[in-house]
Design a protein around this ligand. Sequence first.
Ligand code: ATP
Length: 216
Amino acid sequence: MHVIYGGTFDPIHHGHLRLAIELKDRLGVSEVSLVPSHIPPHRGDTGATSAQRLHMLRLAVAEESGLVVDDRELRREGASYTADTLRQLRSQLGIHEPLVMVVGTDAFAGFDRWREWESIVQLAHVVVVRRPGPPLDPQGVPAKLLRERGVGESQALHRSPWGYVLELDPPLLDISATAIRERIGEGRSVRYLLPDSVWREICRLGLYGACPDGNV
Ligand code: ATP
């Protein structure tokens, strides 16, 4: 079973890494692929470049054998659509191998606005990780998908290549990339919120603002 966990990772932090490990255990796989996305134009240009985000991800997973980085969305021209990524993976994996895409409840709440969302559930399973925030609208398409395609345990995902939705409620660390960027912008330390190797690289490259002296 192939599991992908996408995000902007601007920068990667311990909240992401901890969830990835938790997913590995709970889904019963030996590896989870982190897939950095192109930053959509509306995000502005205060963050890191695609190459820098990718570099930080590689540093972060260097000592973690069960996590790998898949840079296919950065190698494609233009916007990255999940449906295209899953289609590429499906053609590599063949029709029998289970494929899983992980999303947070916040992202899943707008799932029916994703490009080709109907194809997505015919290419992969969707694992929805519960995040703080409002519950799904019971009348909406995402809640309907969960009712119609929902499974109660991860073993079901191994038995079919695509088509199921599994909700998980793992413990999450209260860390966000936005808060990290803000702290660095204010010249404060972000140690222990992300790997030291990533923090050192942020300071070396002068990303997101000013690093505090002697605190790296
Ligand atoms: P930003 O604050 O810039 O929006 P972020 O920290 O939320 O960033 P993203 O790179 O946008 O991170 O998120 C990648 C994925 O990780 C998303 O599915 C998001 O829901 C999830 N995620 C973000 N923070 C955490 C966390 N602390 N624990 C678990 N999952 C998280």
